[in-house]
Design a protein around this ligand. Structure first.
Ligand code: CP
Ligand code: NVA
Length: 305
């Protein structure tokens, strides 16, 4: 078996994705009961983070600790990557010393290069293109609250960004309808849209998009690196704030998700994110459980390598 990487949800089959979600739910229960798994056997995982993080960093560091390992966190100026040591060399060196390389970066191609040269699993902890770890937690959260997602109607309101791309991959893997309500000029990647066209559609008007949705999802309009576009984006996204009026058009049972960090009053109204339909704190906690299940899955490929 070759070593498995996780750069995109499409690195998993639908069956493997379901296996990881179910395992995450089980590991969450086992952890609460005090059971501990010594998966890392005192070995390390290296976390190369070229962008800021609260949830991803803390959930991985906590999870690695729970699994008997230690995380080594490298911020941009902590390693020689920051002064130009090639990714190819870094991947080979880190593979000799640790069991996993977890990377948050801008350019998705950097992850692909690391994965090509690493002999341990490389995990995408967010790139400008996608955020597959977030989706494991979001799907776990849906499954915990509502059961299977196949056949459901999910509406993404806002920027067709990295998290949106991972929702698109989830729709085609698990066979649900994803309606994307993004303003003109903020659509998701056209090639990915084409690949997902049987499951994903664009509806410019969010009040139409959310109609009868089982789940409404949004994310910031100002992803990391876009902060200087704030004034323009606030104009372009007018009418795209998920507020109570918008939620009232969705199914009465609809849930609300946001990967966080959130800007209340921009992409989401305070009374929605802090309201009864919101499951954002479960999503955040589940990052830890879902990534533990992911690490177990990936390390199994390393052990039989
Ligand atoms: N949702 C998420 O990835 O949050 P952080 O940027 O805080 O890691
Ligand atoms: N789309 C956001 C997600 C943050 C978790 C960003 O890339 O900044």
């Amino acid at each position: 078996m070759t070593v498995r990487h996780y750069l995109s949800l499409m690195d998993l089959s639908a069956a493997e994705l379901r296996q990881i979600i179910n395992r995450a739910i089980e590991m969450k229960r086992q952890f609460a009961e005090g059971q501990r798994i010594d998966l890392f056997k005192s070995q390390t995982a290296v976390m190369v983070f070229e962008k800021s993080s609260t949830r991803t960093r803390v959930s991985f560091e906590s999870g690695i600790r729970h699994l008997g390992g230690s995380a080594i966190f490298l911020a941009p100026n902590d390693s020689h990557l920051g002064r130009g040591e090639p990714l190819e060399d870094t991947a080979r060196v880190l593979s000799r010393m640790s069991r996993m390389i977890i990377v948050r970066t801008g350019d998705h191609a950097r992850l692909e290069t690391l994965a090509e040269y690493a002999s341990v699993p490389v995990v995408n902890a967010l790139s400008d293109f996608n955020h597959p770890c977030q989706l494991l937690a979001d799907l776990q959260t849906w499954f915990e609250h509502r059961g299977d997602i196949t056949g459901k109607r999910v509406c993404w309101v806002g920027d067709g960004n990295n998290v949106c791309h991972s929702w698109m991959n989830a729709a085609r893997l698990l066979n649900f309808d994803l309606i994307i309500s993004s303003p003109s000029g903020y659509d998701p990647d056209p090639e990915l849209l084409k690949a997902c066209q049987s499951y994903v559609s664009i509806e410019r008007n969010p009040l139409v998009g959310v109609k009868d949705a089982d789940l409404v999802v949004t994310d910031t309009w100002l992803s990391m690196g876009r902060e200087q576009e704030k004034v323009q984006r606030q104009k372009d996204f007018e009418g795209y704030c998920v507020d109570k009026t918008m939620m009232s058009r969705a199914s009465v049972e609809a849930l609300f998700m946001h990967c966080l960090p959130a800007y209340r009053g921009m992409e989401v109204a305070e009374d929605v994110i802090d309201g009864p339909q919101s499951v954002v704190w479960d999503e955040a906690e589940n990052r830890m459980h879902a990534q533990k299940a992911l690490m177990e899955f990936l390390l199994a490929s390393l052990d039989t390598h």
